[in-house]
Write a protein that binds this ligand. Sequence first.
Ligand code: FAD
Length: 475
Amino acid sequence: MTAPLILWFRRDLRLTDNLALAAAATTGAPLVALFILDEDDDPPLGGAARWWLHHSLVSLTHDLRERGLSLTLRRGPSAASLTRLVPETGARAVFWSRVYEPAALRRDGEIETMLRASGVEAQSFSGALLFEPGEIRSAQGRAFRVFAPFWRAAQAIVAPGAPKPAPTRLRAAPAPRSERLEDWGLTPREPDWAGGLRDAWRPGESGARARLDAFVEDGVRDYAAARDFPAKDNVSRLSPHLHWGEIGPRQVWRAIEGADAPRADIAAFLRELGWREFCHHILLDHPSLPEAPLDPDFARFPWAQDDGTLFRAWARGATGYPFVDAGMRQLWLTGWMHNRLRMIVASFLVKHLLLDWREGERWFFDTLVDADLSSNAFNWQWAAGCGADAAPYFRIFNPVLQGEKYDADGAFVRRFVPELARLDAHYIHRPWTAPEQKLREAGVRLGETYPLAIIDLAAARRRALDAFDSCRRAR
Ligand code: FAD
């Protein structure tokens, strides 16, 4: 076969277990590897995600080059870019891996129709999920709204197949003109706020693989119990790699299944992969998930009015509640936050500050390296109590008690809130209760070196429950 085939990379920035790539290689056609920066994407990429994408593309370019292929970069609407590239290369086919988001699926459907109409083969492949959306249904054929039965039904389906190895050599078509990655401005300059991200992450397929291997070696054992303690190294931190498809869920599944760890730890981890699937499935069944509460009662929730002061204190990690602040600063510094903290800071924003969950969702989307439309929207709705299988609204995390339980010695707070680093563990989650002398010895001046609490927890809790009651009564 001599006419080229375009392999359109999107959120499958890997060579191993990439079904679109494997199928393309099998045809024997010379390949054009393509990535399109489509700034019409809905929603547009956040700042941390742009930084990640830049480095992931550097890594993919390197890996493809080792196999004899260069990566063509184009910027613009996907359909228009393909319309130009197909005649430019003389391609007879375009292959890609599916992105399971409503806007992307709609756009891809239009592209498929357009390509076929002009006599070009268009094929999409799975790879981002373990199970195709729509595959997991109740006995009555309905979509699940509750995780436990969803996961039971998913596990009854045959376990995900073995991952496909990366091809060792690829046949290259003459490379078309490519834009320069440096010209895309994906990494921040003036100011360059990405220093913490560079220290924390290695985007790209080999970084993903190294992280998975390290986690299989040292992290899975004890995962079930230790995953809630943010100072411990017992979570995988695979979320950004999974989001960009630098590693596929089947690869993760297989590696964890084979880990030398108790069955309970392995099952607990696979269940988290199940939550990731569930979020995607819910988004496709409810495309308005990022904007509208699944529970219609919440549409009239009486959110507090804020001139931006409370939101800013939350976003900057200056609420005066050390566990919340440590989480928010971990996010700002590293582009990632431990799941326990995500739940606590989300609950604090929505229930203690009574600010709309969509504000928090937007902030996370901009600052997380793993920002993902489905997981982010789903989990914000979960935390707010208005989503699928959500935490009940009246369950309000107390950030002081959570800190004392999950960060008893204050190690996590000390790392991200250095102005409290010398405070006794006894006071670190409630510095306002420390005697003056203890504060002085630790160099803490409340209201100066560290903020006073911006809200009274007990009063805020009562206000949240009243607000909830009022919106239920109005039903
Ligand atoms: P691990 O504990 O190692 O879990 C393994 C994998 O399972 C993760 O990489 C992730 O892909 C998946 N996973 C774990 N927990 C969840 C969950 N609750 N929901 C969906 N998938 C899960 N995750 C994102 O990937 N992107 C987001 O934008 C995102 N936003 C969130 C917002 C809020 C308010 C909350 C409470 C959670 C959010 N999560 C999001 C889910 C979860 O916090 C992260 O997936 C997890 O912390 C990533 O760390 P890890 O890879 O070490 O997780």
